[in-house]
Design a protein around this ligand. Sequence first.
Ligand SMILES: [Ca+2]
Ligand SMILES: [Ca+2]
Ligand SMILES: [Ca+2]
Ligand SMILES: [Ca+2]
Length: 199
Amino acid sequence: MRAARFAWAGAALWLAAAAALASDQDVGLVTVGADKFLRWYGHSGRTYFIQVSDPDDHLCSWTWAPIIEAGNDEEISYEVDATADKSFFRLKFTDQPTNDPDGDDFDGDGLSNWDEVSLYQTDPLNWDTDTDGLGDGWEVEQGLDAGDDGSVNPANGAEGDPDADGFSNAIEYAIGSSATKTSAEAPATVGLIILTPGS
Ligand SMILES: [Ca+2]
Ligand SMILES: [Ca+2]
Ligand SMILES: [Ca+2]
Ligand SMILES: [Ca+2]
């Protein structure tokens, strides 16, 4: 288990399941001396992720913890510590088969599970974290914010056009061109062919 600490005091924990009932998990807070741990039963074949509530925006904004745990039919512990007034956590899991929980790409967006939670703060179980129709991997590749659907900065959403070439991100994504370079990769024209019945 990777070492990571998050503030904890008088908290709550939510479960979210990608492929199984949340009630199937038994999660608790365990105190050992001055240390505190989230502890749950790790089912074999199940992969676990943890989200931490943003202390400045509790229950609205969540951060992916840099941790991926594979269940092995034994308890899993994740250390947290108590420096904040309150903290909240979400345990997410999937039953997708894997021999490489870190290196696999569960949602098929081109980013490994580990890179999503440790580098990009994107959802490893959702190919389009901000639901703007642009895949996480493509947004990262293009330097767009995969956590902003355009409501913060329009350039990051489907209608954005950061390279000002007249083609929206949605179009560039659909045809596989660059959203940030007005290069030869970008389409010169978009044609519309109208078919009419023969006379
Ligand atoms: Ca992925
Ligand atoms: Ca993703
Ligand atoms: Ca997106
Ligand atoms: Ca975006």
